[in-house]
Every structure is written in structure tokens, then in C-alpha cells.
Design a protein around this ligand. Sequence first.
Ligand code: FDA
Ligand code: NAD
Length: 434
Amino acid sequence: MAEKSFKYVIVGGGVAAGYAAREFARQGVKPGELAIISKEAVAPYERPALSKAYLFPEGFARLPGFHVCVGSGGERLLPEWYKENGIELILGTEIVKADLAGKALISAAGDAFKYQTLIIATGSSVIRLTDFGVQGADAGNILYLRDIDDADKLINAIKAKKNGKCVIVGGGYIGLELSAVMKMNNFDVTMVYPEPWCMPRLFTAGLAAFYEGYYANKGINIIKGTVATGFTADATGDVKEVKLKDGRVLESDIVVVGVGGRPLITLFKGQLEEEKGGIKTDGFFKTSNPDVYAVGDVATFPLKLYNEIRRVEHVDHARKSAEQAVKAIKASEEGKFIEEYDYLPYFYSRSFDLSWQFYGDNVGETILFGDNNPVVPKAKFGTYWIKDGKVVGAFLENGTPEENKAIAKVARVQPPVESLEQLKAEGLAFASKI
Ligand code: FDA
Ligand code: NAD
């Protein structure tokens, strides 16, 4: 069994790892000082592409086209880039044991990796229907989407079940993005989710009404207020039917499940403080062990703007938290000071020709502005969230870059509101004047 030593090790090779590597290169690392150890067989890439352009029937995205850091307008870090920068990419390698007291990680093959400073960037895994014992949920073609292997399995199923029927379980990000791409792939699509409207953790009823109406106009069937309680399979073991709690039975050639994620932190159980399902960090992403940092989906960090600690499962935070951690590591080595992380939550999604952005906090009262009629072409509308007389969150569908910048500014500045009626009447103009 081999043993290797590095000054810095990043465990996980996803979005945060890639952006951390770029920041290390900017700050200066010597050849052989940094290693990224990833279960995946490919260099870090922009994961959001997997539920969008990767699955398009035509003009699809493929690696190396979307390696980090293209997603935020930067240069692509191809596998050669790591070589040129003396960064070791240890791919196809799963870490199965972490001994933080001994400063060592052990891989499934039994190799040991020693470090001085560790960055945990293991991201999330999907919640599976088999996790809560849904009958028949291990049938073939009941698929999940987290990494490129999952996406390739879905592409193979799309080819094998051409023009077939697809049931999407879940009404969150994966549910909405995947039902759109499955429809684009000419599948007969039905979405099933338990809540009264889609994306309830962010959308108001008014916002959801637009997206549900738009999807229905595209021919997607939506079944709300129920869940999948079982599946039947055909003679080959592939899924054939989805049984719903309300008694309905849906035929299906492919099922895509998006019922949430779970941060991958079990390797560190009992070795690091946890909170809100993640690894607790300070505003520099340092954990309760001073030589260990945690970034991206796994970090529960102080959200200074709201004086709260939170975990965020989105790409913008994965990128920025990684950069902050590396800056903090370098600054502490050099006895320098950097500012605490001061994050403005930013979420977005794209499907069909729709594109929305949200900034801030979705708490308090809401007002809907603009025209959210789903039959209006290129509809532009949004919502403000108002708490304690101030606008704290803003959502906009179909914004221009300037308009999106304006809603981001509103969420950051949190301007006072005198009257909700006036805010509604002003709509986007309110943001544009801040
Ligand atoms: P990430 O999941 O990117 O990387 C974790 C890495 O660690 C993986 O390579 C994994 O294999 C590896 N790993 C885990 N355990 C390991 C172990 N024990 N040993 C070795 N390696 C290990 N967000 C957004 O804002 N807009 C969007 O449009 C989308 N779209 C989107 C689509 C899809 C399909 C998914 C799954 C997710 C999104 N997201 C998103 C969310 C976003 O991609 C996510 O928040 C970031 O990828 C998180 O970055 P991390 O680096 O924390 O984890
Ligand atoms: P999610 O939390 O967005 O949505 C989960 C949904 O599952 C809920 O809205 C609910 O409708 C549904 N649900 C829960 N239990 C169910 C059940 N038993 N049957 C049917 N539906 C059920 O999670 P997700 O969509 O699975 O996404 C996984 C991860 O990927 C998240 O971290 C998410 O942030 C990330 N992601 C983000 C984007 C984006 O930001 N644009 C896109 C894709 C994925």
C-alpha cells in the first residue's frame, strides 16, 4: 500500500475543488504541494451543465467543454492545467477513511494520503427512494442525477427507450430541469410531487403558477399532492409502472428521481463539529479542527448578512467558499488578515427558454410584479420578499444582465419600503433605481 504526503489535500473533485485549485495557483503553490483526490474519473467540471446542456438532444455539451472555471466566465482548467501547475489530480479514488488526528486519508485501494492542511469538498449525494424503502425502487431505469456517470446512464436510457414515457419524481430543481430536458428529448413526461406547488422551498404560489402553466403548455403532465409508493418492473427488470399513493398508476419507461440531496460528511463523523446537517465552519471555512477546512455543499457557515449559520447547496457558493478558504489558508501562513465571508445567497435555474435568478433571503411578505401569464412570450416578472419593512430578497424571470445586477443590489442593500402597493406598481423599476 502506497503512502503519499502533501502540504495541502482537497478531498472531493467537484466544483469547489476546481475553484480552490485555481485560487491556490493564483496565490502560489509549489509543484507537489497540492493534491485533489476525487472519486470521479474526470477533472473538476461545472456540475450544473449535467441537468441542462449535457442532456440536450442536439448541440449538447460534453467534456472538456465545461471543466471549471468556465461557468463563471473564467478560463477552463483542462487536465493539463493541473500538470502545468504541479497540482496532482488523483482521480477514480474514493477516500473511505479519514483519520484527522493522524492527518491521513485512506483510499478504497488502501493507499494513504498524508496532509498538513485538508480541505473537505465532498459535496452531496442524492437521496434515494430505496433509502426509505419504496417498494420496487431498485428496478432498472429508475435513475438519479449527481455526476457524469449518472448523466451517461440517463443518456443511454433515453436512446434505449426512444420517444417513451418518463415519470419525474420530485418538484424541486432536478424535477423542473429534468422534466424540461426529457420533454426536449421527445418523452411523454409526467411530474409527481407531494407539495401544493413546485419548488416550494423558494417559489411563492404566484411564481409557481407561471412555471406550472408554462410546463403544462409544453405538454408536461403535473400531478401534485401525492408521492410514488411503489414500482413494477417488466420481465427484463426495467421499470414499467409507477404506483402513486392516491391510487393512480402511471406507465413509465424511465423514472428520474430528484427528492433532494444529503451532504457527504460521514467520513468525519465524531471528528468535527456539525450543525444543520453540515460541517460547522467559521467565516474562513475553518472547521473545529484548525488544520481542516470545509467548503461547498458540506459547509455550515456564518451568513453574516442575516446573522445566522446556514448551509447552501448551490454552485455560486461552492465557488466562492472555495476561494475564501484558500485565501484564508494562505493568509494565516503569511500572518495576514482577510475579511470574513460575506455571502449574498444567489440561486438560478434555466429550462426551455426560461431563466430566473434569485438573490437574498426568501422570508417575510411577498409581492409579485410584472406579467406572470404563462402564455405571454418571454414573460418578465418577479417577486420581492419584504421583512421588517425592508426588501430582503428578489426574484426575476427573464432579466437582462443589468436587471439581474439590479435585483442583486436590492437584496444586498435591503432598501426600506414605504408601501407594498407602491412597490408592486413600481416592480422592476424599484430595483433599477437603487
Ligand atoms: P460537488 O458535488 O460538485 O463535488 C463533490 C466531489 O467530491 C465529487 O467529485 C464527488 O465524487 C467527490 N467525492 C465525494 N465523496 C468522496 C470521497 N469519499 N472520496 C473522493 N471523492 C469524493 N447549483 C446552482 O446554483 N445552479 C445550477 O444550475 C445547479 N445545477 C445542478 C445540477 C445538478 C445535476 C446537480 C447535481 C447540482 C446542481 N447544482 C446547481 C448544485 C451545485 O452543482 C452544487 O451545489 C455544487 O456542485 C457543490 O459543489 P461541491 O464542490 O461542494 O460538491
Ligand atoms: P430539491 O431539494 O430542490 O427538491 C426536492 C423535491 O423533492 C421537493 O421539492 C419535493 O417536491 C420533492 N420530494 C420530496 N420527497 C418526495 C417524495 N417522496 N416523492 C416525490 N417528491 C418528493 O432537491 P433536488 O431537486 O433533488 O436537487 C438535488 C440537489 O441538486 C440540491 O442540492 C439542489 O440544490 C441541486 N441542484 C440545483 C440546481 C439549481 O440550483 N439550478 C439544479 C439541479 C440540482
